[in-house]
Design a protein around this ligand. Structure first.
Ligand code: AMP
Length: 348
């Protein structure tokens, strides 16, 4: 008997509900302050309390022993990445569903871009300071702090002068020490779309399980007030903090290319990364006015936007005649791998 476990946060409810629906025992590693939330859900068989999600607490001897005693398979999500270093995640002595070695590619901007370019996915142009005022006028750029997650510390600048104002502000606050701390990218005008895929190493098929868009504060809040008031709002530190996600369906004519992009991504992982893609991943970007997709990120594991579809999405319903969340799809893949004696194909 195997059990499925994850950290209490991000998409833990979806993952464990899916695991229970597929007949697994479920175990949640949960920090003290969140126990009251997770106690409410009967599909969680066991709560293992830890102080917080730092490596030394999640991987303490008693926790690891209990997970091992229960033949546990861990499902990684965004909170693993936010709480531990890539090296620590690679060291965890419990089998992971998914390719834990690709998380290194997700965390490093250069590797990330290499993988997307290899997959023939368009990415925004990388800019130098001189590109901000070209012969034709000012260029709108987004400056990203290296290592910053979820848009924290990002700022927009039209032209060099605006950029320098913002840069000097960050310098004086000690947030950056030099230009090397920032990464300048062309700001692509388009609508943000998050494509939620699943790759099955057993069937060798890519499935599009859902699509969402994020609802981010301040950036989605600012469009609710007229431009005259925007000018007086304290916009210099506009944030992209994700507050929630909304469902989205694509124009059907865009679906074929969305599928092909997912397939090319899986092929590139095969070529460039130790171990193939396994399970959920997400390509994140914008569609421009011509319907071209330009990607600024990928997540090589389950994303929180899949929480929209605990009961299935329009796209999963086209593939499965039953409610199929990404969490449940993970458990289904594990179950099929156990039955066909191919667990090694889905675990690292
Ligand atoms: P990220 O941390 O890369 O997911 O980015 C946070 C947010 O910044 C995204 O949800 C987008 O809205 C926005 N963003 C990032 N890069 C770009 C870009 N090159 N062009 C337009 N918007 C971007």
């Amino acid at each position: 008997m195997y059990s499925i476990s994850t950290l209490g946060s991000h998409c833990a409810l979806q993952v464990l509900k899916g695991a229970k629906d597929e007949g697994f025992k479920t175990m949640l590693i949960c920090e003290e302050r969140r126990i009251n939330l997770y106690k409410r859900f009967r599909f969680i068989d066991r709560l293992i309390m830890v102080k917080d999600y730092k490596y030394e607490h999640v991987c303490s001897e008693p926790v690891i022993n209990e997970l091992k005693d229960n033949n546990c398979i861990l499902v990684p999500h965004g909170t693993f990445i936010a709480s531990m270093s890539v090296e620590q995640i690679e060291r965890i002595d419990i089998p992971f569903f998914g390719n834990r070695y690709i998380l290194r590619w997700e965390a490093d901007r250069t590797l990330k871009e290499r993988l997307m370019v290899d997959a023939g996915i368009r990415v925004p142009r990388t800019l130098t300071l001189d590109d901000l005022d070209n012969g034709k006028g000012k260029v709108l750029a987004i400056a990203k702090l290296h290592g910053a997650a979820g848009g924290k510390g990002y700022f927009l600048a039209s032209g060099k002068e605006q950029f320098m104002q913002q840069y000097n502000r960050l310098l004086s606050k000690g947030i950056v020490n030099s230009m090397d701390d920032l990464y300048l990218q062309e700001y692509v005008i388009g609508v943000p779309v998050y494509l939620q895929y699943f790759y099955s190493p057993l069937s060798k098929q890519v499935e599009l399980l859902g699509i969402d868009r994020r609802y981010e504060s301040d950036v989605d809040a600012i469009s609710r007030i007229p431009a005259i008031h925007q000018a007086y709002a304290r916009l210099e530190d506009i944030t992209y903090t994700v507050i929630g996600n909304s469902p989205l369906v694509l124009r059907e004519s865009l679906l074929d290319e969305a599928y092909k992009m997912g397939e090319r991504f899986v092929d590139s992982v095969k070529r460039l990364v130790k171990y193939d893609m396994i399970g959920p991943f997400c390509i994140e970007g914008v569609y421009d006015r011509d319907g071209n997709f330009i990607a600024f990120e990928f997540s090589a594991r389950i994303v929180a936007g899949t929480n929209l579809y605990i009961n299935g999405s329009p796209y999963s319903y086209l593939l499965y005649d039953e409610p199929m969340s990404t969490g449940r799809r993970i458990a289904r893949e594990i179950k099929l791998a156990i039955e066909s004696n191919e667990l090694d194909k889905v675990l690292t």
